[in-house]
Structure formats: C-alpha cells, structure tokens
Ligand binder design. Structure first.
Ligand SMILES: *Cc1c(COP(=O)(O)O)cnc(C)c1O
Length: 233
C-alpha cells in the first residue's frame, strides 16, 4: 500500500503544529508537493488524497508529467517550476506552468513574460534569493534584489508574488531559523517599499518547522511525502 496519503497527512499535521507554535493560522501555509523524479502514478495518488499543488525541477520531466496527469483525468492542478532555468528553455515553462520560484535574472523574467500565451493567467513569480553567500551560486544577491523586483513587477504577463530561497543545509533549528529570518527581512523591506507581495517560499522536508515559524507561506516538500529520491545516472 502506498504511504503517500499518510505522509501527506503527517506533513500537514507538522505544518499546522509549527503554525500554531508561531501563532499563525493553520491555513496560512500552503503545501507544495515536490514530485521530481517520481512518476505520474505517485502524483496521481497524492491527488487522490486531496493534494493539488506540485513542484517540478526538471523541465522535460515536468512537462511530460503535466500531460500524463491530464491524460489520467486528474482535476485541475497547480504546477510550480522550482528548478534552475536556462535562458533558451523559458518557453515551455511559460506555456505549461502556473508558478515559477526560481527567477533570478531580468532577462529570464522578460522572456517568461513575452512567452506567456495570451489568454492564460499571468505567470506567478517568486524571485530566488541567494542568502547563503558563496555557498550557493543560485539566486540574486540581496543587494541586487530590490532593483530586480521592481523590474519584474512591471512586466505585463507576470505577477510578482514573493521570494524563495534554499539556504545552506543546517542541522540546528536556530541556524535554520536565522537563514529564513534573512529572507523574511528582505521580503518585509520590499513590501515596505510598495511591492504587493504575499509569498515566502521557504522550507523543505528537513527544515519545515523553522521555515513556518519564520513566516513561510509555501513550503516545498518532496521526500517526506514521496520517499527518498533515486537519481538516474
Ligand atoms: C527537491 C527540492 C525540494 C524538496 O526537497 P525535500 O528535501 O525532498 O523535501 C524543495 N525545493 C527545491 C527547490 C527542490 O529542488
């Protein structure tokens, strides 16, 4: 029997518990189920258990899965692209996904806006921020964030929703919290600066509690729902 339904329940319970700990409403945090490396059947099981939002890192795999779930007769799902973006691969992202969490350059944002098909809702955008300094190559540097955010907010077919980060892995709760607090501070600055943001995409299987306590509105959880990933060589 699949463990996916009970894993989803357990993850939801830990989100609710962390929210309560921080005095936040139980529904203030959305669960994004990260289904990378798992097949359409696993996603289908999560859908049957009530999950509707899924995150994918690899473009071709994600596009194939979106199509497969339609063919399986799934209800409307929300698909989030959370992987690195190559500038020559923006079109399938713009055509197939609802959200993108990993925008870190103006050029990529411009292409996504230009390539978003007419008649579709604006593509929902989070800017990925590098809060770990040299430990990470991904994400806009904090001192370049405000300029990028104002440019992205002005693009016609995008809706800038907030910020995303993948901090350096840390074992200690307080260390995890400190990294998320940095992202939250940047988010609050942008809001104070007049940008209408409502999304902090932060926290994964191993640091979900710290992220929720620091204000995450979307947590991106893979292995705690679907099990350990096996990467192909
Ligand atoms: C894989 C991945 C996740 C989920 O990680 P888990 O540790 O399996 O929960 C979240 N966010 C991003 C960007 C990822 O690539």
């Amino acid at each position: 029997m699949s463990l996916i339904p009970q894993n989803l329940q357990a993850v939801t319970a830990s989100i609710v518990a962390a929210a309560a700990e921080a005095g936040r409403a139980p529904d203030a945090v959305r669960l994004l189920a990260v289904s990378k490396t798992f097949g359409p059947q696993a996603v289908h099981e999560a859908v049957a258990a009530g999950q509707r939002a899924f995150g994918e890192n690899y473009l071709q795999e994600g596009v194939d899965k979106i199509r497969a779930l339609k063919e399986l007769g799934a209800p409307a799902l929300e698909w989030h692209f959370i992987g690195p973006i190559q500038s020559n691969k923006t079109r399938p992202i713009a055509e197939n996904f609802d959200w993108v969490h990993t925008v870190e350059r103006e050029k990529i944002a411009q292409r996504l806006s230009e390539q978003r098909p007419e008649g579709m809702a604006p593509l929902q955008i989070c800017l990925q921020v590098n809060i770990s300094g040299e430990a990470s190559k991904s994400g806009v540097a904090p001192h370049e964030l405000a300029a990028l955010a104002h440019k992205v907010a002005a693009l016609p077919n995008l809706a800038l929703r907030g910020l995303m980060a993948i901090p350096e892995p840390a074992e200690q709760f307080e260390q995890q919290r400190a990294a998320f607090a940095q992202l939250r501070a940047l988010y609050e600055q942008l809001r104070a600066d007049g940008l209408a943001l409502d999304t902090l995409s932060m926290g994964m299987s191993s640091d979900l509690r710290a992220a929720v306590v620091e204000g995450a509105t979307i947590v991106r959880v893979g292995s705690a729902i679907f099990g350990a990933r096996q990467y192909k060589e």
